[in-house]
Design a protein around this ligand. Sequence first.
Ligand code: PBG
Length: 337
Amino acid sequence: MPNWKKHDMSFLDGRRQRRLRRTGWMRDMLRETVLTPADFVLPIFVEDGVNTRTLIRTMPGVERVSVDLAVEVAKAAAAEGIPALAIFPNTQDERRNENGSEAHNPDNLTARTLNAIKDAGVPIGLITDVALDEYSSDGQDGLVRDGEILNDETVEVMVKAALMQARAGADIIAPSDMMDGRVAAIRAALDGEGFEQLAIMAYSAKYASSFYGPFRDAVGSGSRLKGDKRTYQLDFANTDEAMREVEQDIAEGADMVMVKPGMPYLDIVRRVRDEFDVPVFAYQVSGEYTMLKLAGAAGAINGEAAMMESLWAFKRAGCDGVLTYFALEAARLLNAR
Ligand code: PBG
């Protein structure tokens, strides 16, 4: 046999590999990875109001909810065994400005959501996003001056936002802005106020991606955004660059790292898993969710089966967990089996 492989595989000559796939119980017994509701983080979008919900046009089946309803969502997620929520606010226009000061307003939507879910005693972890696009008038993750995204000035605002979130009850702080030095600055500030126990989940390998479109509709930043985010988010052609970002975030104190988007970037997940010994998450982002939903609704694919397959792919690639808008639906399916 010609030597196509790097290693000698001649022991496989003539082997009947299908023996191991013949029956369902055999396949179950030999499954290499597991998927449970504990692998999911559910992102939720919150809006002002009482008892209101707004469908997000570009995300079939996903709605923004008022704070009181966010508590109900939290209860439902906890009941299905989902360990954590990631909170994303849709900040009202009049509260947005170019300084992004609403990000550290102790009465902002994120803070009110944290308070409400904590006060209700829901047994679920709360992850908060630290970036300015959900609060500023520009739709950029950082402060903008003369068309430039300022780094150190943005980090100062983000530190204030992280401290405010910590005081309001966040369990995990998740900086998603890709400014340099943010993890070290946030870690130092948290420790300085006695929040040593709060973990940081860093969006370390966050790519400048077209797959965030529906999210930007959901938080109301899309129509504000001029240009793109390529001076701070990663170039989709690169992998070494992602390893440098992950390495630096870990060195600065990140407890967990994230790769984002998810499915088109599983090679990055695998490389992080192989090269670093910290928990790795991926974010199956809004555009990925919508692609699967629309293809399922069109009858082009079996949407439910494709959803489960996509989630399993994250585990196979080496993820410890996945942020996904499918979390509740998939958890219900897994729990019903
Ligand atoms: C930025 C942020 C974004 C997402 C999460 N945090 C959007 C962006 O970088 O433009 C996207 C998530 C998704 O698409 O589901 N703070």
